[in-house]
Design a protein around this ligand. Structure first.
Ligand code: NAP
Ligand code: FE
Length: 373
């Protein structure tokens, strides 16, 4: 079988990378929309750095700072209306995966009139505004993927828009924006990245390139675990060094490059219901579910599981469960009825086609049950 690799985003990284590369914004357009969440971009310095860079290049801008976590389809339409009303011709998204994904959908919708059903079923014209991304968490990898994941109330789940139009032109990685990132968000996002890398290795679309990136991303995240455990134990984000923050940022980027090629698997498909119905954070949902899926892989395809466990530096998937238990603390409760409903939704997702080890609906229910026992 042939394999392919495509990732067209230019990546700038390191302290002050926005300031030092401000001229690149000029290559994207003449007026910017800055898309952010309500608070964090104002507090962590990313918005200020973007504005200074735009000012220094004489580029006018407007700010849309109404993106919520797990952004809705409505939010994307509202942001696109705002972009059009102000005549912007490129988008800069700053924040975690939520503002990044909303910014991508805004960039697409600002160029066309299409209703939500068409948007979510892939029917739109081949046009989007150029995108620059400033991630302030280390988890989604959305800064290098072609996906925008929106909360879809009609289908009661999260739906991914996937298009090469959504690959950002530019990504700026400055680890300092994460210095105040709370312990919980740091852990949840790190586990999202870990899940991307592991799921990438368990995908039918894995290739030698994606596996190389995934294995290294997993190793880098595992190197950070001792510091993360220390910060969880003492509930103090200041115990996470800038060096570890940077390593997580790079590992998350690499895991994003992986899922841009491989897609995600049943773990993400199962996690969407936990987020939609139980309000469980996206990364936490994946971190909770990953060990039990890996246990199934270990049973059905031990060689495949061994390659992942080798990268994790663990002797078995039960050891991963011990680690995620320590990182994630006490678990939520799921009823038998909820498990039945979420399993029947997960089995119908497109993600199932990506799984090398395809669980049955009963096995999916079993993964939920064992995870939340
Ligand atoms: P997020 O939802 O973007 O942000 C979570 C929280 O962290 C928000 O309250 C945010 O505040 C805050 N925050 C962000 N950066 C901060 C910082 N530097 N310091 C302090 N607080 C900060 O979280 P996320 O886990 O990064 O993203 C999750 C989303 O990404 C989900 O919607 C998921 O579906 C998506 N995702 C997308 C892809 C993809 O390829 N497109 C892949 C995986 C996940 P504010 O609201 O004030 O900013
Ligand atoms: Fe994810």
């Amino acid at each position: 079988m042939t394999s392919k690799y495509y990732m067209p985003t230019r990546i700038l990284s390191g302290k002050d990378c926005i300031k030092e590369n401000s001229m690149l914004f000029k290559t994207l357009g003449k007026k910017a929309l800055i898309a952010t969440g309500k608070n964090s971009a104002k507090r962590n310095g990313s918005e200020k750095d973007i504005i200074s860079a735009l000012d220094s290049e004489g580029i006018p801008y407007v700010i849309y700072d109404r993106v919520m976590t797990n952004p809705t389809v409505e939010c994307a339409y509202e942001g696109a209306d705002y972009a059009r009303a102000h005549g912007v011709d490129f988008v800069i998204a700053a924040g975690g995966g939520s503002p990044i994904d909303a910014g991508k959908a805004i960039a697409l919708l600002a160029c066309q009139d299409t209703d939500a059903d068409c948007l979510l079923s892939g029917q739109y014209e081949n046009r989007a505004l150029p995108l620059a991304i400033v991630p302030t968490t280390a988890g989604s990898g959305s800064e290098v993927t072609q996906y925008s994941i929106l909360t879809n109330d009609k289908a009661q789940t999260k739906t991914s828009i996937a298009s090469e139009l959504l690959f950002p032109q530019l990504t700026f990685l400055d680890p300092r924006y994460m210095e105040g990132l709370p312990v919980k968000t740091t852990v949840n996002t790190a586990l999202d990245a870990l899940s991307h890398a592991v799921e990438g290795m368990l995908s039918v679309r894995a290739s030698f390139l994606s596996n190389t990136l995934a294995a290294e991303s997993i190793r880098m995240i595992m190197d950070c675990i001792p510091e993360l455990l220390g910060s969880v134990k003492r509930e103090n984000e200041n115990l996470i060094s800038l060096k570890v923050r940077e390593k997580l940022q790079h590992a998350s980027l690499m895991a994003g490059m992986v899922i841009a090629q491989t897609g995600t698997t049943v773990v993400h498909a199962m996690g969407y219901s936990l987020t939609y119905f139980k309000d469980i954070d996206h990364g936490r949902a994946n971190g909770l579910l990953l060990p039990e899926y890996l246990k199934l892989v270990e049973k059905v395809q031990p060689d495949l599981a061994a390659s992942v466990l080798n990268a994790l530096g663990l002797s078995g998937s039960d050891k991963l469960a011990v680690l995620t238990d320590l990182l994630l603390g006490s678990k939520e409760e799921l009823t038998a009825e909820e498990i039945r409903k979420y399993s029947s939704m997960a089995i119908q997702t497109k993600n199932m086609a990506n799984c090398i080890v395809k669980p049955t609906e009963e096995e999916i229910a079993d993964i939920y049950t064992r995870t939340f026992k």
